[in-house]
Design a protein around this ligand. Sequence first.
Ligand SMILES: [Cu+2]
Length: 120
Amino acid sequence: MLRPKLSTGVVLAAVIAVLAVTPLAVARMHGAAATTVTVKASEFKFVLSTKTARHGVVVFKVTNKGKIAHDFKIAGKKTAKLGPGKSATLRVTLTKGNHKYICTIDSHATLGMRGTFKAT
Ligand SMILES: [Cu+2]
């Protein structure tokens, strides 16, 4: 009775070990970790911690530092409309090249809430 229990335990330990290691191995195969970019929105501009990153997954952490609602759109994805003081995280996959970003609310983009992010 001891043996079957023991082997079940060994198999379980092996399965757990594989499950624990797999995410790390997958992350390594996909190369560098995602770049995080801090975005501060206000009237009427965006201030980004960087305007360039390696292509692939880029995480934009957007905070509305202004007094009216803003959002942030890049590569076909956008945050929810963020009220003053609110934040959102936007995870996008960028291909090599230039990607325009804008605030889609009213005419904020033409007032200055736009720019170009470069993926290398
Ligand atoms: Cu705006």
